[in-house]
Ligand binder design. Structure first.
Ligand code: B12
Ligand code: SF4
Length: 635
């Protein structure tokens, strides 16, 4: 018997953003592997493996994990802004081990950026500029045919160096019209779904029901397909994928689609999610990016989700409420009264809802930003504010001079951070970053949730005023814990992705509530109208008591008893007495009905879902861990 020829080895590497206990699903790598494995010569002659790293893995950790037993014949990286430099470094190491091997970079961050990529990382041989599935398959076939990487100019959608210094970029192929031609990474087994304990290994299941976004906002390159016709996967395939997730008891499905609720078929997908849940018990929540202009379909979807008990966080991605800034980014938000009606409606339906703003868009000023923030906070107190990043392939990054952008590249990632532009100075920007860190931590995330609206309605204090007051108090306070926290905030505010790090500090500070109580009595109480001072102080106490319980502190374990409700474990805080009927006060504020100022002693029991420590950095997940009344729990 002759020797069996050695199979060629191909590795596809990706890295998630966050450092978290569960992995982030390597969706793009899965598509590439599934498509390649469906091709017979590749299946026969190649072994394809996915390496999936976490946000906390350093380059050294990744290099040790990858190269301990050698290196593959072809090494491919799925690159985002956060993984560009680590992957460049890993490519360099690879070429020391396998000078003859190929390095392929793909993904929205490197697409159409080959000149810079080849200059910075000469170890890279090919940059893929488009949807990767079929291009990657063609690259693997070319590799098997023994062709050198400099001679691939018949393959569309790539950039190569035909000879040193001669960059060749080939015509992109037409976008994949029939998405079902891409084998499913879940049904084909390309993406491993379970860990060593047999449990689903990812934080959430990522899924696409379609690709493409018809809009072209100046800051965005969503899925590399902005300004594009939307193409959809078939419902049968999506149903089959959902069933696999249900089998693995996947709690949350996150859609990568650009605009959920834009197309009628989105309702069919939601129906499929609900049917799957009804039949198998999972998934329980569906998250994603909701269409920025809400159509009749959106309302139908929300109604359906509500009546079926399928949960989601409804995002109102307004980005800015300032008209000059909207014009410059080529965006039209819903008319103000339309989103106000929408949010009131969602609130009345009892559905969780939050908003997204961008700070730093050209045309926006400090005053216009706070005006927009507080206008929005009247309807929705959880507001995510992201500092503007200039992403490759967007109008903002391609036309920096037009907007007067002055930027600096991240040191931990490859995003361009906006320092200043024609309407924003560096000093204003820095000040706002401090606001953003605190505002996101205490109001978008879950440190305080209930107190904002009553403070606004009963004491005339806007949300941004209260947050700025809190920051001022912490920065002036002399308590060691306050000094420590404001010092950490001052360092973190300059760094990207600082919110989870700051939250960890806040949630694990044993004296946080004492500090908040001191801030309240020294700085807020004197500003409250006498008739509502006691009531608002009780709302503030309710807010602190309903905060999710950060249950990963060996020094301060949660001591509340655990009870089971509908199969979920909850910490049970029994019979807490309040001098006012706080839930009724909150409902009245929400409904805009008069709030009685007289005391109304009330006793409540609160249920906090167990396990918040694994989700504290993600407010969409974290929201399910806040203290709730029995009647608020999902059935
Ligand atoms: C899920 C998601 C996240 C998740 C995490 C993802 C993860 N893996 O860890 C979370 C919620 C954590 C997240 C966070 C952020 N995200 Co995000 N996110 C996404 C989202 C919705 C889906 C990504 C995905 O899987 N897409 C599906 C795959 C199949 O598409 P794809 O990656 O483009 O891959 C295709 C091609 O690009 C190509 N391809 C990709 N890799 C490779 C490799 C090879 C070898 C080849 C040949 C081809 C190829 O082929 C694939 C299939 O056709 C995208 C939007 C989108 N729909 O893509 C944004 C997106 C990736 N996010 C983006 C951004 C900006 C962020 C944030 C910075 C936002 C913020 N301001 O805070 C943060 C990160 C914070 C930080 N510290 O850096 C940008 C990235 C831009 C960039 N240049 O990197 C995107 C593209 C959205 C946008 N606005 O344009 N995000
Ligand atoms: S921000 Fe949303 S609507 Fe605008 S281009 Fe990106 S995905 Fe499309």
């Amino acid at each position: 018997m002759g020797d069996v020829p050695r199979k060629r080895t191909v590795w596809i590497v990706q890295q998630g953003v966050w450092d978290m206990p569960k992995e982030s699903m390597p969706l793009a790598a899965g598509y590439l592997k599934a498509t390649a494995m469906a091709c017979e010569p590749i299946r026969d002659e190649m072994d394809i493996r996915i390496f999936n790293f976490g946000g906390g893995d350093t380059v050294t950790i990744m290099a040790e994990a990858m190269y301990a037993d050698g290196a593959p014949d072809l090494l491919a990286f799925s690159v985002f802004g956060w993984s560009y430099h680590p992957f460049g470094a890993l490519a360099e190491t690879y070429k020391q081990i396998r000078p003859d091997g190929w390095v392929v970079f793909g993904g929205t961050h490197v697409a159409n950026q080959a000149e810079r990529v080849f200059r910075q990382y000469p170890a890279v041989d090919v940059v893929v500029n488009t949807e990767g599935e079929f291009v990657f398959r063609d690259l693997l076939l070319a590799y098997l045919a023994g062709r050198p990487p400099g001679e691939l100019s018949d393959i569309g959608g790539i950039s190569i160096l035909a000879e040193p210094g001669l960059l060749v970029t080939t015509e992109p192929p037409e976008r994949i019209q029939d998405l079902d031609a891409i084998p499913s990474p879940f049904l084909s087994g390309a993406i491993p779904l379970t860990d060593h304990k047999g449990e689903f290994r990812y934080d959430v299941a990522l899924m696409e029901s379609n690709r493409g976004c018809p809009y072209r906002c100046a800051f965005c390159f969503w899925g590399g397909a902005t300004g594009q016709k939307v193409r959809a996967f078939s419902l049968d395939r999506l149903r089959a994928e959902l069933a696999v997730f249900a089998y693995h008891k996947v709690h949350t499905v996150v859609l990568c689609d650009a605009n959920i609720g834009l197309l009628r078929q989105d309702l069919d997908f939601v129906e499929a999610v609900i049917e799957t849940r009804d039949r198998y018990g999972y998934p329980r929540t569906l998250e994603g990016s909701w269409a920025k202009n809400k159509s009749a379909v959106f309302y139908d979807i929300v109604r359906r989700m509500k009546e079926s008990g399928m949960r989601s966080s409804f995002t109102l991605a307004l980005q800015t409420l300032n008209d000059p800034a909207l014009d410059l980014m080529h965006r039209r938000n819903m008319k103000v009264n339309a989103w106000e009606d929408l949010v009131s409606w969602l609130g009345r339906e009892g559905l969780d809802c939050y908003a997204e703003l961008i700070w730093g868009a050209p045309g926006e000023t400090v005053d216009s930003f706070f005006e927009g923030y507080d206008r929005l906070a009247r309807y929705m107190t959880r507001i995510a504010v992201y500092p503007l990043l200039l992403l490759p392939n967007t109008e903002y990054s391609q036309d920096k001079a037009k907007f007067g952008f002055r930027t600096v590249r991240g040191e931990h990632d490859d995003f361009e951070y906006v320092l200043a532009h024609d309407d924003m100075t560096i000093a204003e920007n820095l000040d706002m970053k401090r606001f953003i860190l605190w505002a996101r931590s205490v109001a978008e995330h879950l440190v305080l949730r209930h107190v904002w609206a009553p403070l606004r309605e009963l004491a005339g204090l806007s949300q941004s005023t209260v947050i700025r007051d809190l920051i001022k108090w912490f920065e002036a306070a002399e308590e060691p814990a306050a000094v420590r926290l404001s010092g950490i905030a001052a360092t973190l505010q300059r760094q990207p992705s600082s919110v989870p790090a700051f939250l960890r500090e806040l949630y694990s500070e044993p004296t946080l509530d004492q500090l908040l109580v001191r801030w309240w009595s020294e700085s807020i109480l004197p500003k409250l109208p006498v008739e509502y001072a006691d009531l608002l102080t009780e709302v503030f106490r309710y807010d602190r008591l309903t905060r999710p319980l950060f249950d990963a502190l060996p020094a301060a374990p949660v001591t509340l008893p655990v009870v089971e409700v509908s199969g979920q474990p909850y910490y049970h805080r029994e019979l807490v007495r309040f001098c006012y009927d706080v839930p009724a006060v909150l409902a009245a504020v929400r409904a805009g009905t008069p709030v009685p100022a007289e005391p109304a002693p009330t006793t409540v029991s609160l249920y906090h879902r167990v396990g918040f420590h694994a989700h504290y950095g993600n407010h969409e997940q974290g929201i399910y861990f806040v203290g709730q009344l029995r009647q608020e729990l999902p059935v």
